[in-house]
Design a protein around this ligand. Structure first.
Ligand SMILES: [Zn+2]
Length: 509
């Protein structure tokens, strides 16, 4: 279509580039030149043209920015973050967590129901969370509800109130107020939600003998050796949990079941077999399982601790293979951004560079020494770093014989499918007319090293520190307004106040 055919309804925001990842009407992704016109009034994309149109002919007052040859991508939808507010705001908060997201092209995050106090396991808890988020969000924020023993009566009200899905743990969660569920609880949650448009998600690790009353064995060995921790949470924990979930799936045949942060490749055949039999189950994996490996984790470097653990390089390669397979059961890649204070990370002195915040009220009582992998808090900070991580790893993989993921794969995994996972595919995760004008401007050629000063989350501690990346987010646009531009404004932020919204619309799919 020609410039003259651009919608004639007042000034427009027009972003163009010789390279953009566009979503066609049948959901196919294409790499193409593009002219994306958005309405500053509605914040929606009004037209997408698969060529670079000139500036001339636009309505008076329009803004026209040519980003060639940088990539225009849909804003990322990170469907798994822990913002920890209210209640554990010394770990993270809406303000800092969403600033980190915005700085990395992420325009929507979905907050997990645990680690805030109260957790989002009741309607009251959800309302408290919404109040805490007000005026603090630099990107749009959706919310998950939690499934814990005894809260089945809260699940439907949470669906109505607009949670994007639910999460439960089959192993201890690490915080007392979010206990693990039994098989009976899972069955009840499935029965309660079986006719709802929602997703029931599981932290799928389970101590294999737990059903017989056995406890997780205390680890033996050097607690500062990563291997000790890795051996304490073997792949069988993940497969055991998935078997348990699949054994109950018949209770809710149409309910979407989802495995969060899948780590072990041994789970893949189980999920594929179930899907082949018609079970509506998917999985996500995380940036750290795709960009890091157990072999490279140094003694005592607890920044790498997360659950389930980062496994060996061979496992990482298996995850990549599945991700690019045509019928992959791993549909999405998310950050599982889950920070804590450096004290809880028990990082050894030589790895600490940040000024230490004062110990917090929620410092727990575990007596542990620095570098103790078993006692350190499990969680990795990475919201906003996903594109550089995937792009860099993909580039490295393109030199191997395995099929390397393309930029379209990354958009599928981090934008399109994550939006669908949380019931937001009608407005997020695609550059297409009618969608929210959420745009990430990505320079896929820029080489840079991630330093502590680049971290915008509250506690500047991450295993990605010091990593060399190829590809960097230059700008982030949220609903037609530029929020972030690297190297300008105040630390890159170019609007005075955050205007991210809490997403509470009820899911319809
Ligand atoms: Zn998580």
């Amino acid at each position: 279509m020609a410039a003259a055919e651009l919608p004639d309804a007042g000034p427009l925001i027009v972003l163009v580039s010789t390279r953009a990842v566009l979503t066609l009407s049948d959901d196919t992704l294409i790499l193409s030149p593009a002219t994306i016109a958005a309405s500053p009034v509605t914040g929606k994309i009004v037209s997408v043209t698969a060529e670079v149109l000139p500036e001339s002919g636009l309505p008076p007052g329009s803004v026209y920015v040519d980003h060639s040859p940088k990539l225009l991508l849909p804003g990322l939808v990170d469907a798994h973050v822990h913002l920890n507010e209210p209640g554990r705001t010394e770990w993270e908060g809406f303000w800092t967590g969403t600033r980190a997201a915005a700085s990395g092209g992420v325009t929507t995050v979905v907050d997990m129901p645990l680690n805030a106090i109260p957790p989002t396991t009741t309607l009251g808890g959800f309302e408290e969370k919404l109040r805490a988020s007000r005026g603090q969000c630099w990107v749009d924020v959706g919310f998950y509800g939690g499934v814990i023993p005894g809260n089945a009566h809260e699940l439907k009200p949470l669906v109505e109130a607009g949670v994007r899905g639910f999460k439960g743990f089959l192993i201890e969660s690490g915080v007392d107020e979010f206990p693990a569920v039994s098989s009976k609880d899972v069955a009840l949650a499935m029965d309660t939600l079986k006719d709802s448009a929602t997703t029931l998600m599981f932290h799928a690790e389970m101590v294999p003998a737990e059903a017989d009353g056995a406890q997780q064995a205390a680890p033996s060995g050097d607690l500062t050796a990563y291997r000790t921790f890795l051996d304490s949470r073997p792949p069988s924990y993940e497969t055991r949990a998935i078997e348990e979930i699949l054994s109950l799936a018949h209770i809710a045949p149409s309910l979407h079941l989802h495995i969060v942060h899948l780590s072990a490749t041994q789970c893949i055949p189980l999920l594929k077999a179930a899907r082949a039999q018609g079970v509506n189950i998917t999985a996500e994996t995380c940036f750290h399982y795709l960009g890091l490996s157990a072999e490279e984790i140094e003694r005592g470097d607890t920044r790498h601790k997360c659950c389930p653990p980062i496994r060996e390089g061979k496992n990482r390669d298996g995850l990549w293979e599945e991700l690019v397979a045509a019928d992959s059961c791993i549909k999405t890649v998310v950050s599982d951004h889950s920070p804590c204070t450096p004290e809880l990370k028990l990082l050894p002195e030589h790895l600490r560079k940040a000024p230490e915040p004062t110990p917090a009220a929620h410092q727990d009582d575990r007596k542990a020494s620095s570098g103790d992998f078993m006692a350190a808090w499990g969680g990795i900070s990475s919201v906003g770093l996903g594109l550089p991580i995937l792009h860099t790893a993909a580039k490295q993989r393109s030199s191997s014989s395995v099929k390397a993921p393309t930029i379209m794969d990354m958009v599928r995994l981090c934008c399109q499918a994550t939006a669908a996972q949380v019931g937001l595919a009608h407005r997020k995760g695609a550059l297409r007319a009618g969608m929210d004008a959420d745009v990430c401007v990505f320079d896929d050629a820029e080489a840079w090293t991630f330093a502590q000063g680049d971290m915008r989350w509250k506690n500047r501690c991450s295993p990605w520190e010091g990593r060399a990346f190829t590809g960097r987010v230059r700008e982030t646009w949220l609903r037609g307004r530029k929020v972030f531009e690297l190297g300008t404004g105040r630390d890159g932020f170019v609007v005075e106040e955050p205007f991210g919204e809490s997403i509470t619309e009820t899911r319809t799919v």
